[in-house]
Design a protein around this ligand. Sequence first.
Ligand code: FAD
Ligand code: NAI
Length: 463
Amino acid sequence: MPDSFDLIVIGAGPGGYVCAIRAAQLGMKVACVEKRETLGGTCLNIGCIPSKALLQSSENFEELAHKFADHGIQVEGIKLDLARMQARKGEVVSANVKGVEFLFRKNKVTWLKGAGTITAPGKVSVDGTEYETKNIVIATGSESIPLRGVEVDEKRIVTSTGALELESVPKHLVVIGGGVIGLELGSVWRRLGAEVTVVEFLDRILPGMDDETAKAFQRVLQKQGFKFKLGSKVTGAAPGADGLAVTVEPAKGGAAETLNADVVLVAIGRRPYTEGLGLEAAGVELDERRRVKTDGHFATNVPGIYAIGDVIAGAMLAHKAEDEGVAVAEILAGQHGHVNYGAIPGVVYTWPEVAAVGETEEELKARGQAYRVGKFPFTANGRARAMGDTDGFVKILADKDTDRMLGAHILGPDAGTLIAELALAMEFGASAEDVARTCHAHPSLNEAVKEAALAVDARALHI
Ligand code: FAD
Ligand code: NAI
């Protein structure tokens, strides 16, 4: 007779594995179903972690090749050992996924290896064996959206998964989609020597990010050598006389042109993954974008079935999935699990980095919110000058009347670390003045955050 559980989580990505651990901490008997050979989901295996490993390695390479000379350090004979770089990435991934296995053992979470199907409320079948459970949490994540006419083989026409595995540096990489994946992985291969052209359907990169910040970021990327074809779409990619022939058309119609590429990266977004889960038979409703429909407490329309992470609405981010995993476990334990969607940071791990929390100027305008803006450039920050990293700025948006912080946007060195202070401030309902009156160490990049907060009241000190 197979075991029965208080909770079965389907999917061991950051949403699912964190949910399983938190539920076990709260005293539940928990199993987590994962069909991949290793735990950790998209994030640890083919997403956040391997991409950040390559971003770090490629940034080191670029610094050595192009930035050290300015500091008076002459380096000769720099050579790329891509095989070693890729092997190191594999080691980083391996250490992380094994870490989750250790955490499962430590917290007595059972890993049910195989593909899970919901056969009925309270019943999950894993490769033919049926388990009973009081509750089910769906955490099956997402997959790349395919593009008609551009057939992925993960060798020459790749998604992010293939782009993380290339065995040689492409001469010309065409990236379809100027979103987070396109710009992060485009940066990796550009730093290692590829010519990179980004074809983006809209007339801007990073839709959803603050417009002014995204425009400034695009200028920085162009300075680094990125080429952009905005307002354009790819309608086909096929082997041609000179590598792949990529057909690009203006989004609003017009004459097509052909780009020659040796690798094409399709990065036009991700969609929820629910294949083989048995949702239809179980009667679980999906929304118009085929995401699992949930209420404010992560419950689906079927009692006892919940969902979190990329498979439900909201930002497709690992930390959003994790926080939802904790919240739903706490709700199931009778506590008041909650996620504050207004204070979830988003980071693009390029160099400089781009980071945001809260609303953009465009969103504030659209809802008629009166606001004040405080901006401070890194050119006026002593530490950024010492580092030689002066591109970008900190921008803080605050309520015009109450001074409560409504959003923050940073383009600059270590923006992803700097944003944490502002996310915390927003979580505590801080005003810009609260941040401005907090003592910030000198000389630090964080002083640019303080100065932007001062600038909200037009009293920045160093500009
Ligand atoms: P996933 O991580 O997708 O995990 C779902 C798991 O469920 C998978 O392991 C899958 O095998 C398993 N599964 C699916 N169906 C079944 C089934 N029926 N039975 C058993 N198992 C099943 N986010 C960030 O916040 N920061 C980043 O830097 C970042 N970088 C990224 C880089 C790339 C290249 C990509 C692709 C994504 C990146 N993301 C990043 C997004 C992040 O990976 C996702 O938001 C996150 O992984 C979502 O977590 P999840 O638990 O919802 O799903
Ligand atoms: P995305 O949604 O960030 O960007 C996709 C881009 O492709 C958009 O700019 C869109 O306008 C464009 N596009 C769509 N169709 C197109 C077409 N036919 N031709 C040209 N352009 C087209 O999606 P992306 O980059 O694939 O990333 C998927 C998800 O993964 C994101 O939601 C992101 O949250 C997550 N992710 C997060 C990272 C991070 O937090 N650092 C890193 C990588 C991924």
